[in-house]
Design a protein around this ligand. Structure first.
Ligand SMILES: [Zn+2]
Length: 411
């Protein structure tokens, strides 16, 4: 799927974009806008029935079903959005549509549930007919202004922030081109993809990181000669060695095969680099795993979790890759360690990584001697920070964590 040529940047488009570079207006975030810039459809919420809306300008309401356009005047205070049996209510007015686009005039920001965003907002009634999704359509560079400081502290070194901006741009475009066609949004606004907080996340330093890397994306040269995007994953602290994505997410990409990381240990605070023992009751573990993997129901109560593949690197760093689960029924199941971690602890706040040992004590599973924070694939953010402190440029940081990749400019 990921190696299909359609995801490459065609040279003709590259040339066209180059010719139009710098011609676009400056957005209110101080970020450049470009002709041909991709629009990112960010899923802000997927299961709401009401919301509040505030726009400090007049705006258009466009029914996606009928293409009908309704011009709305500026309103003082907030407007209530409510899902009804026949469509969507905006204030007192009912729109008989399944999908309504709210387009503020002259790029005025809008607030949904008190959170401010740029671009436009789309309300889509879900297939269940009882809930709606809220989608923010926003130009790529403006989207990144709302991502970089949500994913990396804005006070970090400039070159680390620039590397982060390029990785986030690449990741987003990869997800959009590979998954966006099958759904009405491209990325979620959460850790499931990249954290996007809209206007509140915009800072001068992170906006500078976005502007100074305008349109730069990573790609990986294929045998066919094309240079294709790959999902430029990143995580907080790798703990000593980044991991091959095939062991984490099941996909292989040559820039994501894993590299030793002598850097994050230098800069991550101890409480992030090493994590304390996490304990979970066997019944809870069973419940969490079966909720996410119903096929494992036959195991009944999970009595044992045994690592069956552990990667041990030359620098001594270890990471569990696969585990075998044994249930009270005597049946067994296999899971990727990363899937096990997130099934038991979806936020990853307690089992911070798969670099740990797993043991049992009475009716509990213990995750001990933990190291690192996050899935460990791709760029190590604390490692990038340390490299930047040592004077490395963004490009050197990216070349290190994503070997075999190169930077291509979109516009
Ligand atoms: Zn690292």
């Amino acid at each position: 799927m990921k190696h299909e040529a359609k995801f490459a940047i065609p040279p003709a488009v590259g040339l066209l974009l180059l010719l139009t570079a710098g011609w676009g207006p400056i957005s209110q975030a101080g970020i450049n806008n470009h002709i041909g810039e991709p629009v990112i459809r960010v899923l802000l919420d997927k299961q709401i029935s009401t919301a509040s809306l505030k726009i400090n300008s007049s705006y258009k309401l466009i029914s996606r079903d009928s293409a009908e356009v309704f011009n709305a005047k500026k309103t003082k205070g907030t407007i209530q959005i409510k899902l009804s049996q026949n469509g969507i209510n905006i204030g007192e007015q009912l729109f008989k549509t399944k999908c309504l686009l709210i387009e503020p005039r002259s790029n005025t920001p809008f607030a949904i549930n008190k959170q401010s965003y740029r671009g436009s907002c789309e309300l889509v009634i879900n297939d269940d007919g009882k809930t709606m999704s809220i989608i923010n359509n926003v130009a790529l560079e403006t989207y990144l202004a709302g991502v970089v400081s949500a994913e990396m502290p804005s006070y970090w070194d400039k070159e680390a922030l620039r590397a982060q901006a390029i990785a986030a741009r690449t990741y987003c475009l990869y997800i959009k081109s590979n998954f966006g066609k099958k759904r009405n949004w491209d990325v979620m606004a959460t850790q499931a993809n990249q954290v996007y907080k809209g206007i509140v996340a915009e800072t001068l330093r992170t906006n500078d990181a976005v502007k100074s890397t305008d349109g730069m994306v990573l790609c990986c040269k294929q045998d066919s000669g094309t240079c294709e995007y790959f999902p430029a994953y990143y995580s907080s602290v790798c703990g000593g060695h980044t991991e091959d994505t095939k062991n984490i997410f099941g996909d292989s990409f040559s820039p994501l095969a894993g590299v030793p990381c002598p850097y994050c240990s230098e800069t991550a605070r101890l409480s992030l680099f090493f994590w304390p023992m996490a304990k979970f009751d066997k019944n809870y573990v069973t419940e969490q795993i079966i909720k996410r993997y119903p096929k494992l129901k036959d195991l009944e109560k999970i009595e044992n979790i045994e690592p069956i593949k552990v990667n041990t690197y030359a620098n001594g760093f270890k990471r569990i890759i696969t585990v075998k689960l044994t249930g009270s029924s005597g049946k067994t199941g296999i899971l990727r360690a990363e899937d096990l971690r997130l099934a038991i602890d979806p936020t990853g706040a307690k089992i911070q990584s798969t670099s740990c040992t797993i043991s049992r004590s009475g009716d509990e599973f213990l995750f001990v001697s933990g190291r690192g924070f996050g899935h460990g694939a791709g760029l190590c953010q604390y490692g990038a920070r340390q490299m930047a402190r040592e004077g490395k440029k963004a490009q050197e940081i990216l070349n290190y964590y994503y070997p075999h990749s190169r930077i291509k400019t979109l516009y």
